[in-house]
Design a protein around this ligand. Structure first.
Ligand SMILES: [Zn+2]
Length: 387
């Protein structure tokens, strides 16, 4: 009898030790904040809950950086981390916040759009919890998150996700995907309240252009592209042709399918004033048939299995020994963003959006992403915002 109790106590202790060993890093990751330095153009920092009160005090609330120009003009919204396992979106947004000076118009930037998803990880896929970018002042650490919101913040999942307001039936997992819950609603699920906040911001501030920045698998056809609905396809095409001619990289235009609901590039235009664009740059780390999901692979995009598949023409992007490094991904996102804003300004009288200080593709490829990230330790007092 005594021996029995001893075995049970030992088993319980082992279980507890394993749970702590596995759980504590996840707890620390959930509470790890990313410092962002208020750049020279930041004029205010708002919270998304100011536009969607149902987010107040929840893990769905997030920072909205406002960069108001000296001269009036058009308005744009830039979103990063809609999918927090595609960090080239968040990093592009942070580079803009820390470097841009807006001369005409106003820019709104939300670097961590799905804050809940950025504070969790993907079970079973061996994702790293963090990654570091080497900057001129040392390393900066960022959370690496999951595609979907954490079940700690939005639970339970339904058997079938019914999109609001269209009623389309979608996969249950997409109920926590911030790119399937547009346009959202005030009293809906957490992700519906997040997208509703952005829709309200766009409606109240009369945003002209919304750019949702992503990364996508090299084996997925919708990659290395600008996704645009009918209303924004002209500007997307001009931006695509210009970056190809002037900067030498490909970013083709994909039409936004009108029958597939819940996506930013569809619902933003249908429910608000902004012209929507979704940018994808290739992120080999997200492909399935690869080697270990290491931080190095996340950053340099180099993988021998993808290289072999590329030779068999199984990828939708050119791929060689140089991989698809973060510099190229962030550089492409920034150049395409700047080009969309420039083309919009050319075509729309009285609504110019002009900014300076944001590096383009060639600059980022040459100098690295870290060169354009500020040093939080050297920021002025009150100049660092936690995200
Ligand atoms: Zn994405």
């Amino acid at each position: 009898m005594k021996k029995d109790v001893l075995v049970k106590v030992c088993l319980a202790a082992t279980f507890l030790a394993l749970a702590l060993w596995g759980g504590l890093p996840l707890l620390r990751h959930r509470h790890f904040d990313i410092p962002v330095v208020k750049g020279p153009g930041v004029t205010a920092v708002l919270r998304l809950s100011e536009f969607s009160p149902g987010l107040k005090g929840t893990a769905g609330d997030t920072n909205v950086y406002v960069l108001e120009g000296r001269e009036p003009g058009g308005k744009a919204l830039l979103l990063g981390d809609t999918h927090p396992n595609e960090p080239e979106g968040m990093l592009s947004a942070i580079v803009v916040i820390e470097n841009a000076v807006v001369e005409k118009g106003t820019l709104y930037v939300i670097p961590v759009f799905n804050n809940s998803g950025s504070r969790t990880t993907r079970p079973g896929d061996g994702y790293p919890l963090y990654f570091d970018v080497v900057t001129d002042g040392g390393r900066r650490r960022f959370r690496y998150g999951n595609r979907d919101a954490s079940p700690l913040d939005q639970w339970p999942d339904p058997d079938v996700y019914i999109h609001y307001p269209e009623g389309q039936l979608l996969s249950y997992i997409d109920v926590r995907n911030a790119n399937r819950t547009w346009p959202g609603r005030a009293g809906g699920s957490l992700m519906e309240r997040v997208t509703f906040g952005a829709m309200e911001l766009m409606r109240r501030q009369k945003i002209d252009v919304a750019i949702d920045v992503h990364g996508a698998e090299t084996m997925y056809p919708v990659t290395n592209c600008i996704v645009a609905p009918e209303s924004s396809v002209k500007i997307a095409t001009l931006a695509s042709l210009t970056v190809k001619a002037m900067e030498g990289f490909e970013s083709h235009v994909e039409p936004s399918p009108s029958g597939f609901r819940g996506l930013s590039h569809r619902e933003i235009g249908d429910h608000g004033p902004a012209l929507p664009f979704l940018i994808e740059s290739p992120i080999p780390f997200l492909d399935q048939p690869t080697g270990p999901k290491t931080t190095k692979f996340l950053l340099d995009g180099k993988d021998p299995f993808l290289l072999a598949l590329s030779k068999k023409k199984k990828l939708f992007v050119p791929y060689d020994e140089s991989g698809w490094p973060l510099e190229k991904r962030v550089g492409q996102n920034l150049s395409v963003t700047l080009e969309i804003l420039r083309q919009f300004s050319k075509k729309t009288a009285g609504r110019p959006i002009a900014l300076r200080g944001v590096p383009r593709y060639a600059d980022v490829v040459k100098n690295g992403v870290g060169h354009y990230l500020a040093d939080p330790a050297r920021a002025a007092s009150g100049g660092v915002i936690l995200n």
